[in-house]
Design a protein around this ligand. Structure first.
Ligand code: CYT
Length: 284
């Protein structure tokens, strides 16, 4: 196992100091925006923006649909920081670098993290546009020593060995479900297991059949590493997948996944997610 940069307390503190010198807002809630979800921040009040490229030691966004901004502001009556654009290992980052923004959030004071992602729908009951509240995950990189937490452990953040049986906070899921029912979104919201794969290619039909067989409902290339870093540091987590395409299980099918399709599907649902999150945050 290679040691990438050690994302220890000192490394993260330099970033936090840089942010604190420029931003007066002290966030308690963090949001990570998946592909095309950057718009979630559009209703924030008194927003202050830092570009990733202007923050020393911070990774850069390289994927279309991931603008690369940290936005601070008021949302749902709370102080919030939004990551417009996330990092994936397939972009070439050392796996430890995925931890940087989450540890920055921790030192800024974030206690609750909401994550979004674009995902393929494996479960045949899922349709494009459905939202899946994640209750558990299967992470192939996580299980195979491409785990974001592998490497020297910084005890300042958390313990070496952590339980993740309660990673997806049941109280936060209940609050979300209540908001969903009250705002009449019940018919498009489900709950399920997220399979995390390395990417960057979309999954093959045989891979999708396997994922379905082992108990996954949706599949994507993100979220699980950030969840692990957040749980390691004691941040409570809520994660939501948007089904941007229905996974192809049959080689003979003419259907094909594409990033354009993913961004189109997100565009159609991002305002709804923004409203649900705003209401959910107001109840935290
Ligand atoms: N797969 C994926 N859609 C997919 O089918 N990894 C993201 C979005």
């Amino acid at each position: 196992i290679k040691n990438g940069p050690c994302i220890n307390r000192k490394y993260v503190q330099t970033i936090v100091d840089f942010i604190r010198e420029r931003i007066s807002i002290l966030p308690t809630v963090g949001i990570v925006c998946g592909s095309g979800f950057g718009k979630i921040a559009s209703r924030m009040k008194n927003a202050q923006v830092l570009k990733y490229e202007d923050i020393p030691n911070f990774p850069r966004s390289t994927v279309v649909g991931h603008p690369g901004n940290l936005v601070f502001g008021e949302f749902g009556g709370k102080m919030v920081v939004v990551m417009q654009g996330r990092f994936h290992m397939y972009e070439g980052y050392e796996r430890q670098q995925i931890a940087i923004p989450i540890r920055v959030m921790k030192l800024l004071g974030v206690e609750i993290l909401l994550l979004t992602n674009a995902a393929g729908g494996l479960n045949r009951s899922l349709k494009v546009g459905d939202l899946v509240c994640i209750k558990d995950h299967i992470s192939f990189p996580g299980m195979s020593l491409n785990n974001v937490l592998a490497g020297p452990n910084d005890e300042d953040f958390g313990e070496r060995f952590i339980a993740i049986s309660d990673a997806y906070d049941s109280t936060l899921r209940s609050i979300f479900k209540k908001v969903v029912a009250e705002m009449n979104f019940s018919d498009v919201v489900k709950e399920g297991v997220y399979a995390h794969v390395g990417g960057p290619n979309y999954e093959s039909p045989a891979e999708c059949r396997m994922l379905l067989m082992i108990g996954a409902d949706v599949v994507g290339m993100s979220t699980a590493p950030e969840v692990l870093v957040a749980r390691h540091a004691g941040i409570r987590v809520f994660a939501l997948s948007l089904v941007t395409n229905v996974s192809v299980l049959d080689q003979e099918s003419k259907e094909k996944a594409s990033h354009e399709e993913v961004l189109r599907a997100t565009e159609a649902r991002v305002d709804d997610v923004e409203k649900l999150f705003e209401e959910m945050i107001s109840r935290l």
